[in-house]
Design a protein around this ligand. Structure first.
Ligand code: ZN
Length: 195
């Protein structure tokens, strides 16, 4: 069973991939710093006209967080079978498959019988990787367009953007890097399909 959880190490890995810093350590504790005030994970504060918070070490607006919450919001009943989703494994499975654990087990069992299970898992993994690239892209583009005096402190990636930021050039670079990643993931998926 795959888990789709956007962990901090995934963020760091994706960030390192996009910046070509693939050898960098990804386990370090992250804090957000401003010249006059330090913010830590979970803090909520107002800056400019926006409300900000730190989630998974990333400074982001609260409205953006709300959108993420909406994405993982789970209804009371499984949309597939209508049963109440209250098992421990219902939640992680709903996040990925949009149905309850029992429905996922049944669905995967059918796939196994038809011999389609392996390609299904590969597709799911590729989708998960593409989701991370998508989230990274929007995070980076957002960081480019909101960074001025602020910086996210971790491996120095965002810090280097402070002062004299060429937003157009950086946006272009982020889009090119994410495009390359997407093509790479899709190519790998297609290669496996043929094999
Ligand atoms: Zn169900």
């Amino acid at each position: 069973m795959l888990k789709k959880e956007f962990k901090r190490k995934d963020v760091n890995r994706a960030r390192n991939l996009l910046t070509g810093n693939s050898g960098a350590s990804t386990g370090t504790q992250i804090g957000y710093k401003k010249e006059t005030k330090d913010y830590k994970e979970g803090d909520v504060w107002t800056e400019g006209r926006k409300t900000w918070t730190i989630k998974n070490g990333i400074k982001q607006t609260v409205s953006k967080l709300d959108a993420i919450k909406k994405e993982v919001f789970m209804p009371l009943c499984c949309p597939n079978c209508g049963k109440v989703m209250k098992k421990r494994l219902d939640k992680p499975n709903y996040k990925i498959h949009k149905k309850c654990f029992d429905c996922v087990v049944e669905f995967e069992h059918k796939l196994k019988i038809r011999g389609e299970y392996d390609s299904y898992i590969k597709k799911l993994e590729a989708k998960n990787s593409l989701d991370i690239v998508d989230e990274m892209e929007s995070y980076l583009l957002d960081a480019i367009n909101t960074s001025n005096s602020s910086f996210v402190s971790e491996d120095g990636v965002i810090e280097r953007w402070v002062g004299g930021v060429d937003k157009v050039e950086l946006t272009k670079q982020v889009k090119e890097a994410t495009k390359t990643r997407r093509e790479h993931i899709e190519k790998k998926l297609n290669d496996k399909k043929r094999a």
